[in-house]
Design a protein around this ligand. Structure first.
Ligand code: B16
Ligand code: MG
Length: 217
């Protein structure tokens, strides 16, 4: 197969924003009297903002109206954006800039496929917006992963068929989303946490695109 487009998840692949999501959610959970720990936070990775809050409410055995959920999600986001505004390029995960730059030189088009509505701000703070040809974020899609919408839109905007694209993901729902869209998936993480991915690597520093493509076939 000759691949033309590479689609990257953001949190966990390009930068570890999960730690800031955790701090902001924990603040809110404490305010609501809900016990929320780092293990619980694993369940929020790759999940939309509203769904994340619903999971926290489930943990606390609480229910809320849609209006209340919207209010608290906005409050959490204000705190989260406070952290994101302080991001610098030092927080880009190892090997990311080299991998993306090399892949572009090899002729691949690159897209971001993230559930985060803050993705453009994050890329801007990391100073890597120009490395991407296409940006698909949480404001452009309505169906959360494992629905493939965030990735199929990325392929559509790059102008490639779905089987010409490879997705890079650190969350199981994202691997499933790639497969649901007819794309191959590179799992960033351990095989036991990401079953089904065509190949697993610990991070983008580990292998150049040529080797990944050779292994995927
Ligand atoms: P926001 P990704 C996801 O990013 C995060 O993993 C997830 O924890 C977060 O809830 C979601 O973005 C929405 O983020 O509140 O900024 O819109 O992994 O899809 O890049
Ligand atoms: Mg992720």
């Amino acid at each position: 197969m000759s691949y033309k487009g590479l689609i990257f998840d953001l949190d966990g692949v390009i930068v570890d924003t999960a730690k800031y999501h955790y701090l902001a959610w924990k603040d809110l959970a404490n305010e609501l009297g809900i016990d929320f720990n780092e293990k619980d936070n694993e369940r929020l990775k790759g999940v939309s903002r509203t769904r994340s809050f619903e999971i926290i409410l489930e943990i606390g055995g609480r229910t809320m109206s849609d209006e209340e959920k919207e209010f608290y999600c906005a409050k959490k986001n204000d705190v989260y954006v406070g952290y994101i505004n302080k991001l610098t390029k030092d927080e880009i995960l190892p090997g990311v800039v080299e991998f993306l730059t090399h892949a572009r030189e090899q002729g691949y088009k690159l897209a971001l496929g993230s559930a985060s509505k803050n993705a453009p701000l994050i890329l801007d703070k990391l100073e890597i917006t120009p490395l991407f040809d296409v940006l698909i974020d949480g404001t452009k899609v309505s169906k959360p992963k494992p629905d493939p919408e965030v990735f199929t839109r990325g392929a559509d905007e790059m102008g490639f068929s779905y089987d010409e694209c490879i997705v890079f993901e650190d969350a199981l729902a994202g691997i499933e989303a790639a497969h649901n869209g007819g794309m191959k998936a590179v799992g960033i993480g351990l095989p036991e946490n990401l079953p089904g991915a065509e190949i697993h690597i610990p991070g983008l520093f580990a292998m150049p695109i040529e080797e990944i493509v050779a292994k995927i076939g």
